[in-house]
Design a protein around this ligand. Structure first.
Ligand code: ATP
Ligand code: MG
Ligand code: MG
Ligand code: MG
Length: 474
């Protein structure tokens, strides 16, 4: 079953059950400074949950564009490692604003999965919040899920919050067991707890009951409500009998043409396949973000976009791409998604142009920064040092925009490491110095992410073709 059919079946199912079909909102949240990007289907309904807005309907369904890179739900560092995390993805959801609650939400989800989609019940597990005996009883007594297939988890997994403040509540999640298709712990509870790709979370049902305020206190919502979210890419994997989202039509229809365009062959070298996965994921993210009006820059949303674009460029370079290559692949994403998101087609030339400009600028950055960095490195080697100090890292980054992950690559060629802790200290000191507006622009949320952002590349063992970049550019 193709992803387009699953998306449509979901929306039609909830429409049949009286829900208003609502279009996805923009990836740029309207009037919500607490949020970097839309990260869940419920974002656009935040005020309806809080009782501050009457939308004219009390139940709704949608397929929402989401980006989870930066901010509270940040998955950027997962992309490439897991079969199920993307920067950009679509979240299918049904919502009740003070209409139905736990029982109906649970029954509807089960009916959709096991009757409409026909997923065998013995492949499914569910979780509930630690002391939510009510949800446990509904699953066991009303739905008929055997008690040994219902697990209890604590706040970390079964209490959902949109952000540090706002609507939140206990949740109940549905998992799919890939069994022998994917290696991992034999015990399903352990497989879930360890976050392996063997037993995968597909759907989260949130029982919205509270509004968390700045002090962290939980205030009851005017009405108990329902917010659910199911990743389209994950349910497509289940329905297409594959154990990785990248094997679904959503990604194959992008990865195949991109591989052909770049002269790469899939399925021969692990590092090439991994690069293609990252490039496909990041291409989707940059295409949708630019179409929704985000522009690459050095702060906030634009900074995250720039990181995503540059990360894709680096992966391309590591598999032999010389010069700008990404902008020519934008059309592949537009063609795959334009029927559902027509604004992509309208914005196509603009997206291509912006990606090309960014690629050329990145090439320049490296050309200008590399010789200066190398002078420093030669000196440190001569002095017998083992690490590049944080202030030098900061200087090269600030002056040339030279990314830290590439610094790491070049430094490693000379057997030098980077002093990440020192760098973070310099970054934090600059960020808090109001007299330096240029540096103070760093988004506070991103400061917290800095370490992960800056070191993630090094974790992709095998992808760091040592010196590859240099050979291409020098
Ligand atoms: P996980 O534990 O796998 O990281 P999550 O608990 O963070 O997922 P939720 O916040 O509950 O995810 O979001 C609801 C649903 O959205 C998930 O059940 C999953 O199907 C999907 N989803 C969440 N994050 C991603 C992602 N980065 N890429 C693709 N789908 C995602
Ligand atoms: Mg997550
Ligand atoms: Mg989870
Ligand atoms: Mg979840």
């Amino acid at each position: 079953m193709k992803s387009a059919e699953i998306r449509e079946r979901f929306l039609a199912f909830f429409e049949r059950h009286g829900h208003q079909r609502v279009a996805s909102s923009s990836l740029i949240p309207a009037n919500d400074p607490t949020l970097l990007f839309a990260n869940a289907g419920m974002n656009q309904f935040k005020d309806a949950f809080l009782g501050r807005e009457d939308r004219g309907y009390r139940t709704a369904c949608s397929s929402q564009k989401c980006v989870r890179a930066g901010g509270k739900h940040n998955d950027l560092e997962n992309v490439g490692y897991t079969a199920r995390h993307h920067t950009f993805f679509e979240m299918l959801g049904n919502f009740s604003f003070g209409d139905y609650f736990k029982e109906e939400a649970i029954e509807l989800s089960w009916q959709f999965l096991t009757v409409d989609l026909g997923i065998p019940t013995d492949r499914l597990y569910v979780t509930v919040f630690r002391d939510d005996d009510e949800a446990f009883a509904i699953w066991r007594d009303k739905v008929g899920v055997p008690a040994d297939r219902i697990f209890r988890f604590d706040e970390k997994d079964n209490f959902w919050s949109m952000g540090d403040t706002g609507p939140c509540g206990p949740c109940s999640e549905i998992f799919y067991d890939y069994r022998e298709m994917v290696p991992g712990p034999a015990d399903p509870f352990e497989a879930i707890e360890s976050g392996s790709d063997k037993v995968v979370e597909i759907w989260n049902l949130v029982f919205m009951q509270f509004d968390r305020d700045e002090k962290g206190d939980l205030n009851p919502l005017p009405n108990p409500s329902i917010d659910t979210g199911m990743g389209l890419e994950r349910i497509a994997s289940v329905m297409q009998g594959v154990s990785s989202n990248y094997q679904t039509d959503l990604f194959q229809d992008i990865m195949n043409p991109v591989a052909a365009n770049l002269g790469l062959e899939m399925g021969r070298e692990a590092s090439v396949d991994a690069a293609l996965r990252v490039i496909a994921d990041h291409l989707r993210a940059m295409t949708f973000l630019i179409a929704d009006g985000v522009r690459p820059s050095n702060e906030g949303r634009g900074y995250v976009l720039r990181r995503i674009m540059r990360r894709a460029m680096v992966f391309g370079k590591n598999v032999g791409q010389e010069g700008p290559f990404l902008h020519r692949q934008v059309g592949v994403v537009v063609d795959k998604m334009k029927d559902i998101y027509p604004n992509l087609d309208q914005e196509r030339p603009q997206i291509q142009l912006l990606v090309e400009v960014e690629e050329k600028q990145f090439e320049r950055t490296i050309r200008n920064g590399l010789p200066v960095l190398e002078k420093y490195l030669d000196r440190f080697v001569a002095e017998g040092r083992e690490q590049v100090p944080g202030d030098v890292m900061y200087h090269i980054y600030e002056t040339f925009g030279f990314p830290i992950d590439l610094m790491e690559d070049v430094a490693r060629d000379r057997k030098l490491g980077l002093d990440h802790a020192g760098y973070r200290e310099v970054l934090a000191a600059q960020g808090s110095d109001a007299k330096k507006p240029a540096q103070a622009k760093v988004h506070p949320q991103l400061l917290a992410d800095a370490e992960r952002f800056e070191t993630e590349m090094t974790c992709h063992a095998g992808l760091k073709g040592s010196g590859t970049l240099k050979r291409i550019l020098v």
